[in-house]
Design a binder for this molecule. Structure first.
Ligand code: GDP
Length: 192
């Protein structure tokens, strides 16, 4: 997919506060520190997602308008030990409501660190997405942390742990995987 325009649309505290134009959305989710902001910046080609986060700060849903035809949505990360109790308690209902109620949501990109095939929080998230029958695209991050020759074995470990057949490997550091992810997002959007 050719990206002709990228615009930051808004930050919403609740799913109801997102754009109201009815355009489709693809949301990105992952454990805190998985490399979500870095990957979104790689995809957008600009530093629009913030890599520096303030612990305890209200978590927001960020909407990026792509080609004025759909949104890439940055959901707050889960499992961040340093956030305050209030923020942690608010995360579940906020993201749950967004995923189950937002009619324009077409699918979710679940980010998994390539080195971690045994993360309980990621399993839980995956089960929950499956439970709600959310179309999910699986993307492994920080591919550069594993040597090229061993990456397939790491990817296979994640695939078998999750029982999925397709996992894209990316590296924001080495700028790898951008074209593949956009192609998959395009296929996602054409599906329905
Ligand atoms: P987020 O919390 O999921 O948004 O993660 P960030 O994008 O803020 O990244 C968390 C940390 O991982 C930062 O120190 C990044 O520099 C690092 N990081 C992110 N992506 C990559 C990557 O592809 N390769 C490597 N080696 N480090 C990365």
């Amino acid at each position: 997919m050719k990206i002709t325009s990228v615009e930051y649309n808004k930050a919403a505290p609740r799913w109801e506060d997102g754009p109201g134009d009815g355009l489709p959305e693809i949301a990105v989710i992952g454990r805190s520190n998985v490399g979500k902001s870095s990957l979104i910046n790689l995809l957008l080609g600009r530093k629009l997602a913030y890599v520096a986060k303030t612990p305890g700060k209200t978590q927001l849903i960020h909407f990026f308008s792509i080609n004025q035809s759909f949104y890439l949505v940055d959901l707050p990360g889960y499992g961040f030990a340093k956030v305050g109790k209030e923020t942690r308690n608010a995360w579940g209902p906020m993201v749950d409501a967004y995923i189950t109620k937002r009619k324009t949501l077409r699918g979710v990109i679940l980010l998994i660190d390539l080195r971690r095939s045994d993360s309980p929080l990621d399993f839980q998230m995956n089960e929950w997405l499956n439970h709600h029958e959310i179309t999910t695209l699986y993307v492994a991050t920080k591919g550069d942390k594993i040597s090229k020759g061993k990456r397939k074995a790491y990817a296979d470990a994640i695939k078998s742990a999750y029982g999925m057949s397709d996992l894209s490997i990316t590296s924001s550091l080495k700028k790898e995987g951008k074209t593949e992810i956009w192609e998959k997002i395009e296929a996602f959007l054409l599906k329905k």
